[in-house]
Design a protein around this ligand. Structure first.
Ligand code: B12
Length: 254
């Protein structure tokens, strides 16, 4: 018989087995009273892209500013989804569906607004050269987007030179790299060296099945993180002045 620790299972899948309220009821308690914003927030929570656009149209008719709807409604909806996910009351696919609805809404608002929406910061995300495994990277990018970051998603099997060009062009606050194979993760070292050659000293946060802390600690810019949910916390720490050493101190296991 396999000796399973139930606590491990609950943590790993991030879902509670028993709950007294449905996620919808929990979300309803967090919705604001504003009768124009609330329907947009609910549509994001439900992950209904068409309804997100329709409710934004209603808000625009009620003279709301399109760009302000990004922070005041779309992000609020996503914050509720993130909170319930962090508490183990929603599944990851729920987060992804809501993030898509939010993204649709952001595009719609940006097309109709004048000026620029302010994201918290920009992050370049990619999967190592030669590696087709991109499910983890998708989770990382969705969680960053959900927390208000502008994600430049380079996709999978990304050559080192492309990562360096993107970083030079986009000037992000950090990079996230994913590798699922022991053969592909070595390209992280090359990225690290090329960044240093170019005088770029931003945190290079690495994760994915094959990657281990000992390996990432071997290159100067590397920060290891196992849990995708921590990437937005790391980004926030960077915005608040955390150095690579600080991040290693906080997120590495000792
Ligand atoms: C699905 C899968 C595939 C799919 C990939 C589909 C896709 N679009 O991603 C397909 C079928 C294409 C595939 C192909 C291959 N695969 Co494959 N595949 C897997 C499998 C079963 C699951 C991987 C996965 O998606 N896990 C779920 C995701 C969510 O996990 P994750 O990426 O690690 O991400 C999590 C964390 O690591 C973290 N995370 C991820 N990135 C980051 C980044 C940061 C910054 C942070 C903080 C966190 C973080 O967040 C996520 C959530 O917790 C694994 C076996 C396994 N059980 O792991 C083998 C596995 C990864 N594959 C393997 C191999 C060998 C291959 C092939 C070479 C097989 C072949 N002979 O053709 C090819 C390689 C193709 C290529 N060049 O990449 C090996 C790798 C062995 C190794 N260590 O090198 C594995 C381990 C299977 C095995 N046991 O042999 N594969």
């Amino acid at each position: 018989m396999i000796d399973l620790d139930p606590d491990t299972i609950l943590t790993r899948y991030n879902v509670k087995l028993e709950r007294e309220m449905t996620p919808e009821d929990m979300a309803a308690e967090l919705y604001p009273d504003d009768e124009v914003l609330r329907p947009i927030i609910e549509a994001v929570f439900e992950g209904n892209e068409d309804e997100v656009v329709e409710t934004i149209q209603d808000a625009l008719e009620a003279e709301k500013d399109p760009l302000s709807l990004i922070d005041d409604a779309l992000m609020v909806g996503m914050d509720i989804v993130s909170k319930l996910y962090d508490d183990g009351d929603l599944y990851l696919p729920d987060v992804i569906i809501s993030a898509h609805a939010m993204k649709e809404g952001i595009e719609y608002c940006k097309e109709r607004g004048s000026g620029q929406h302010e994201f918290k910061g920009k992050v370049v995300s990619y999967v190592a050269e030669g590696d087709m495994h991109d499910i983890g990277k998708k989770i990382v990018t969705v969680l960053l987007m959900a927390n208000g970051y502008d994600v430049i998603d380079l996709g999978r099997d990304v050559p080192v030179s492309e990562v360096i060009s993107a970083v030079k062009r986009e000037d992000p606050i950090m990079i996230t790299g994913t590798a699922l194979m022991t053969t592909t993760m070595y390209s992280f070292m090359e990225v690290n060296d090329r960044l240093l050659e170019n005088g770029i000293m931003i945190p290079f946060v690495c994760g994915g099945g094959a990657v281990k802390q000992d390996f990432v600690s071997r290159f100067e810019l590397g920060v290891y993180c196992e849990d995708a949910a921590d990437v937005s916390k790391i980004a926030w720490d960077i915005l608040n002045g955390a150095t690579i050493e600080d991040l290693r101190g906080k997120y590495h296991r000792h």
